[in-house]
Design a protein around this ligand. Structure first.
Ligand code: GDD
Ligand code: MG
Length: 353
C-alpha cells in the first residue's frame, strides 16, 4: 500500500524560519520533522512506499531523505509543476492509473494515531473515504467535522466561522481514500480536498466515515505549535527520541562539549558539536542545535537555536527561536516570541522584545 505525505505547502506562518527550510524538514531537536511521520508509517507492515508530494523547495527535502533506504522504507518524490492544492496534489501523486486504497497524511502533523485501527475501520465499513478526527479547543483554524451516531460524516466545514462551531472535533489531516472517488478531481488543476472533495462525498451520499482519535495530535504550522511540539516531547507527553526514557531531563549528545561550570536545567537538549562554556546557563525548555556555541555567562532560557548559531558572552535569550548560523552578540537581550531568520546578526548590546 502507498502512503502519500502532503508536503508541498510554503509554511508561511513559520516565516522567516521556512524561507530556506521547508516546513516538512524544520528541525525538531536533531531530526527533520517528517522523520517522525515516516517512522509511524514504516511501522505499518502493509505500507511499502511513501510518496512525498512536494512543490516548495523540493530539492531540500529530497536531499534529506534520499530513496529512504537509510530509514528502511521506499520513498518516492512527486513534484508538482505548480501548487495543485491538497486534492489536486493527492491525485497527481497517486497517478491517474492508481486503483488501490491509499493512506494520506498532512505533512505538518505529529501524532501517534493508530493507523492499523484506522485502516481496519475503513475496510469493515467498506468506506470510500475515512478521515481521522481529533478534539481541539478552537476549531476555527481547522476543518470542522460533524458526524452521526454511526460515525457517518454529515458536514465538513473548512475553517468555520465562530457561529458555525457545533463540535470540537476536527479533521486531523490523516485519511484513507479509495482512488475511484478521484473522478471528480480535475487533472492538474488546483483543487482542495477539504473545500471540494469532502463536501462532494456528502452530496453524493457515498460512504464517508470518521475515525476518532483522542491520543496525541498537533499541527506544527505556527511558531507557538512548533515550540509546543518540543515542550511535549521534552515532558514526555509525546514519547519520541531524543527524549525516550529521558523525559524531564537534560539530554546531551556525547559529542557536545559542556563545561563543568555551565548550568543545565532539565528538560533541555544539547546536540552534537555544541559547546557550552563556563557560567553559561541553559534553562528548562531550551534546544541548542548542532555546533552552536554558547559563550561564558550567556543565558538561553527556553530558546530554540537551530544549528551553528553563536551566542556571545552575557547575552540572554528567552523563549526565542533562531534559525541557522545566527550571531547573537555580547550582552544582547532577545525576548520571548522573537523569531530570527537564518544568519541574523545582532550586534553587541542589542535588545529585542
Ligand atoms: N503537495 C502539496 N501541494 N501540498 C500542499 C499544498 C499543495 O498545493 N497545499 C498544502 N499542502 C500541504 C501542506 O504542506 C500541509 O502539509 C498540508 O498540505 C495541509 O496544508 P496546511 O496549509 O497546513 O493546511 P491547514 O493546516 O491550514 O489545514 C489542514 O490541516 C488541518 C489539520 O492540521 C486542513 O486539512 C484542515 O481541514 C485540517 O483540520
Ligand atoms: Mg497545517
Amino acid at each position: 500500500m502507498k502512503a502519500i505525505l502532503l508536503a508541498g505547502g510554503k509554511g508561511t506562518r513559520l516565516r522567516p524560519l521556512t524561507l530556506h527550510t521547508p516546513k516538512p524538514i524544520v528541525p525538531i531537536f536533531d531530526r527533520p520533522f517528517l522523520r517522525y511521520q515516516i517512522d509511524l508509517l514504516r511501522r505499518v507492515p502493509e505500507i511499502d512506499e511513501i510518496i512525498l508530494s512536494l512543490n516548495y523547495q523540493p530539492g531540500r527535502i529530497q536531499e534529506v531523505f534520499g530513496d529512504g533506504s537509510e530509514l528502511g522504507i521506499q520513498i518516492r518524490y512527486v513534484v508538482e509543476p505548480t501548487p495543485l492544492g491538497t486534492g489536486g496534489a493527492i491525485k497527481f501523486a497517486a497517478g491517474e492509473q492508481h486503483k488501490e486504497t491509499i493512506v494520506v497524511f498532512n505533512g505538518d502533523v505529529l501524532t501517534s494515531v493508530d493507523l492499523p485501527a484506522l485502516l481496519a475501520l475503513h475496510r469493515e465499513r467498506k468506506s470510500k473515504a475515512t478521515i481521522t478526527l481529533t478534539p481541539v479547543d478552537n476549531p476555527t483554524a481547522y476543518g470542522l467535522v460533524e458526524t452521526d451516531a454511526d460515525h457517518n460524516i454529515k458536514a465538513f466545514i473548512e475553517k468555520p466561522s465562530a457561529d458555525k462551531i457545533t463540535t470540537n472535533l476536527i479533521n486531523a489531516g490523516i485519511y484513507v481514500l479509495e482512488p475511484e472517488t478521484f473522478d471528480r478531481i480535475p487533472p492538474e488543476t488546483a483543487w482542495s480536498i477539504e473545500r471540494a472533495y469532502f463536501p462532494s462525498l456528502i452530496e453524493r451520499g457515498e460512504t464517508f466515515i470518521a475515525y476518532e482519535y483522542r491520543g496525541y495530535w498537533i499541527d506544527i504550522g505556527t511558531p507557538e505549535k512548533y515550540r509546543q511540539v518540543h515542550d511535549d516531547i521534552m515532558a514526555g507527553r509525546f514519547d519520541a527520541p531524543p527524549f525516550l526514557g529521558h523525559a524531564g531531563q537534560p539530554v546531551v549528545s556525547p559529542e557536545a562539549k559542556v563545561d563543568p561550570g555551565a548550568i543545565l536545567q532539565g528538560p533541555c537538549f544539547i546536540d552534537a558539536g555544541a559547546v557550552i562554556k563556563r557560567g553559561a546557563k541553559i534553562g528548562a525548555g531550551s534546544v541548542i542545535g548542532r555546533a552552536c556555541h554558547i559563550e561564558e555567562d550567556a543565558v538561553v532560557d527556553g530558546g530554540i537555536l537551530w544549528p551553528n548559531t553563536w551566542v556571545d558572552r552575557e547575552a540572554v535569550i528567552t523563549g526565542a527561536i533562531a534559525g541557522r548560523h545566527c550571531h547573537i552578540g555580547r550582552n544582547v537581550t532577545v525576548g520571548a516570541g522573537a523569531m530570527l531568520g537564518d544568519k541574523t546578526v545582532l550586534s553587541d548590546f542589542t535588545t529585542t522584545r
